[in-house]
Design a protein around this ligand. Structure first.
Ligand code: ADP
Ligand code: ZN
Length: 519
C-alpha cells in the first residue's frame, strides 16, 4: 500500500501537506472518524480523497452540490483516479453502469447526492460493496440552525448504524460553535477527532472604523492607501453600488458597479474586466465574489456592515489571496446596527430562526465593538486559535481605551423610559442635551427629569453610547415604530445600579500612513 505522502506526490503532484491535512488523513486511514473545519480553499478534498485511495474499497462522498459533481469527477479522472457519481442527472443505464463498477471494486471514489444515498436501494448496494470511507461534505447542511439546512442530511446518522466499521469524515467551511455541536450530535460524531485550522489570513489587516462621512472616508482610504490597486467595495443596496461607483469615477478611479439587477451581459463584461485589467474597483453587493479567484485584490472595503461574521470573513477573504499585504477595511455606525436589527426582526421565518439570526448578528456587532485583537476574536468564532494578539489589526496597532459608561448609560436608558420608548436616537439626544428643538416642547419633554442631564457629552458621544447599548442588547429597535428605541430586559441591573458598563472610547482613527510614521 502506498503511503499518504506518496499518493500526494504521485497522484496529485503536490510536494507536501498543508497541516493539518496529514493528521486528518492519518486519522481516517486508521479507521477513525474526523470532523474537519477548514475555510474554502483550505484543501478539504484531499482529506478524504487520499484516504479513499489508501484504504481498500471505494470512498463514498456525500455532497449536496450536484452541479459540481461532474467537474470534480472529471478532474479526478484526469489524475488517473477511478471516480464516478450517482445523482438525478444520470439516466437509468448510466446509473446501472456506475453501480456495477462499484460492486466489482472498480471505483476509488463515488460522489452521491444525499437523497440518493438514503434510498434503501442505494444502502443495499453499498452493503454489497466494499466502502473505504464516508465523506460528508458541506456537513453544516445538517444544522437547522444554519442557512443551508437539508432534511436529507438528518438521515445520515444511519451511516453509523448501518456501516459501523467504515470511518466517516465530515467537512465544512462554515460553522460557528453551535453549528459544530449540532453536526457532532446529529451525525453521531461526538467521538470523532476534531480538526479546526487554516482560518487565519495573516496578510490581511483588519480595520473597523466608525462611520461619519462614508464617502469622504472611503476616498481618503483609497487615495492614501490604494491609489492604483484592484479592490472590492461592498454595499448593501444595488442603488448604492451604482451611486458610489459613478461617484468614484468622478473622483478619477476606475470603478464599476456590480449587482444581481444588472444585465447578465454587463455583469459578465465587468467581471472579466475586473479579472483582466489592472486597478479596477468593483463596487458591489454580495452578489459579487462567489467563485472569483483574483489573487491580487489589495483591499476589500465595506461601506455597510455584513449580517454575520461568516459573511464578513468570506467577503474580506477575497483580499490578498497572493499572500501579499492586503486591507480589510470597514465602516460601521449606529445606523448599521439599527438597520440590521430591523432587518433581522422583520425577516419572516420562525421565532427560532429569528433568534438564530439575532445571535449571529450579535456576534458580528461584538466583533465591531471589541477593544481587543480583532483577529483573535474572528478566529475564535470559527474555533481556530491564535495564542497572541496579531499585531496586524486596528485594535492591536492602535489600542482602544474604554471608559466607565455606567452613569451615561443610565441617563440614556432613563431618557428612553421617560419618553415612553417611542422615540429615535436623535430626539433622545436632544432630550439629554437639553435642546430647544420644537419637538421637545411639542411633547413637553423639557419637563422631564432627564431633560438636559447629559450636557457633559456631545451629540457624537451620545451616539456612541446609544450605538453600544443597542449593539450589546440593552436597547431594542422597534421597527413598527420607525426606529424607536425600547428597553430590553437586560437593562434592569444597569438601571437598578447592580451592574456597571465599560464603553469603547471612539476615536478618529489615524490613517495607515500616520500609523507607520509613528510606529
Ligand atoms: P476546499 O475543498 O477546502 O475549498 P480544495 O480541496 O478544493 O479546498 O483545495 C483548494 C486548492 O488547494 C486546490 O487547488 C487544491 O488542489 C490545493 N491544495 C490542497 N492541498 C494542497 C497541498 N497540500 N499542496 C498544494 N496544493 C494543495
Ligand atoms: Zn490584532
Amino acid at each position: 500500500m502506498k503511503s499518504a505522502s506518496q499518493i500526494l506526490q504521485t497522484v496529485f503532484g503536490y510536494e507536501s501537506f498543508r497541516p493539518p491535512q496529514d493528521a486528518i488523513i492519518d486519522t481516517v486511514i486508521a479507521g477513525r472518524d474526523a470532523l474537519v473545519l477548514m475555510p474554502t480553499g483550505g484543501g478539504k478534498s484531499l482529506c478524504y480523497q487520499i484516504p479513499a485511495l489508501a484504504r481498500p474499497g471505494c470512498g463514498v462522498v456525500i455532497s449536496p452540490l450536484i452541479a459540481l459533481m461532474q467537474d470534480q469527477v472529471n478532474a479526478l479522472r484526469q489524475l488517473g483516479v477511478r471516480a464516478s457519481f450517482l445523482n438525478s442527472t444520470l439516466g437509468p443505464a448510466e446509473a446501472a453502469a456506475v453501480e456495477t463498477a462499484l460492486q466489482s471494486g472498480e471505483l476509488d471514489l463515488l460522489y452521491i447526492a444525499p437523497e440518493r444515498l438514503t434510498q434503501e436501494r442505494t444502502l443495499a448496494l453499498l452493503a454489497r460493496s466494499q466502502v473505504a470511507l464516508f465523506a460528508i461534505d458541506e456537513a453544516h447542511c445538517v444544522s437547522q440552525w444554519g442557512h443551508d439546512f437539508r432534511a436529507d442530511y438528518l438521515q445520515l446518522d444511519l451511516l453509523h448504524q448501518r456501516f459501523a466499521d467504515v470511518p466517516r469524515i465530515a467537512l465544512t467551511a462554515t460553522a460557528d460553535e453551535r453549528t459544530r455541536e449540532e453536526i457532532a450530535l446529529r451525525l453521531d460524531l461526538a467521538a470523532a477527532e476534531r480538526f479546526i485550522a487554516g482560518f487565519d489570513r495573516p496578510n490581511i489587516r483588519y480595520r473597523i472604523t466608525l462611520k461619519h462621512n462614508a464617502r469622504q472616508q472611503l476616498l481618503r482610504f483609497l487615495k492614501e492607501e490604494h491609489p492604483h490597486d484592484a479592490g472590492i467595495v461592498y454595499c448593501l443596496s444595488r442603488r448604492k453600488t451604482e451611486d458610489v461607483a459613478f461617484w468614484l469615477q468622478e473622483q478619477g478611479f476606475n470603478a464599476l458597479p456590480y449587482h444581481a439587477g444588472l444585465d447578465s451581459d454587463i455583469r459578465a463584461d465587468y467581471q472579466a474586466r475586473f479579472l483582466r485589467e489592472e486597478g479596477i474597483i468593483m463596487v458591489a453587493t454580495i452578489a459579487f465574489g462567489m467563485g472569483i479567484d483574483k489573487p491580487d485584490v489589495r483591499f476589500v472595503a465595506h461601506l455597510d456592515m455584513p449580517k454575520t461574521v461568516e459573511a464578513y470573513y468570506q467577503e474580506t477573504g477575497r483580499a490578498g489571496r497572493d499572500g501579499a499585504p492586503a486591507n480589510a477595511w470597514m465602516l460601521y455606525g449606529l445606523q448599521d446596527v439599527i438597520k440590521l436589527r430591523q432587518m433581522v426582526d422583520g425577516s419572516d421565518g420562525s421565532e427560532a430562526h429569528k433568534r438564530a439570526e439575532q445571535h449571529r448578528l450579535n456576534a458580528m456587532l461584538g466583533l465591531c465593538e471589541i477593544t481587543a485583537c480583532r483577529r483573535q476574536s474572528l478566529l475564535a468564532y470559527f474555533g481556530d486559535q491564535l495564542p497572541q494578539p496579531c499585531g496586524n489589526c486596528d485594535n492591536c496597532l492602535e489600542p482602544v481605551t474604554t471608559w466607565d459608561g455606567t452613569e451615561a448609560a443610565r441617563k440614556a436608558l432613563s431618557a428612553v423610559y421617560r419618553t415612553g420608548q417611542r422615540f429615535g436616537v436623535n430626539h433622545l439626544i436632544d432630550v439629554l442635551r437639553g435642546s430647544e428643538a420644537e419637538r421637545i416642547y411639542q411633547y413637553d419633554h423639557h419637563q422631564l427629569p432627564t431633560y438636559g442631564v447629559g450636557k457633559d457629552l456631545d451629540a457624537n458621544q451620545w451616539r456612541s453610547v446609544f450605538r453600544q447599548l443597542v449593539a450589546r442588547g440593552y436597547l431594542r429597535v422597534d421597527m413598527d415604530r420607525f426606529g424607536a428605541l425600547c428597553l430590553e430586559e437586560k437593562c434592569r441591573d444597569l438601571l437598578r445600579g447592580d451592574e456597571t458598563i465599560d464603553l469603547r472610547r471612539d476615536v478618529a482613527r489615524k490613517t495607515a500612513r500616520q500609523q507607520t510614521r509613528t510606529a
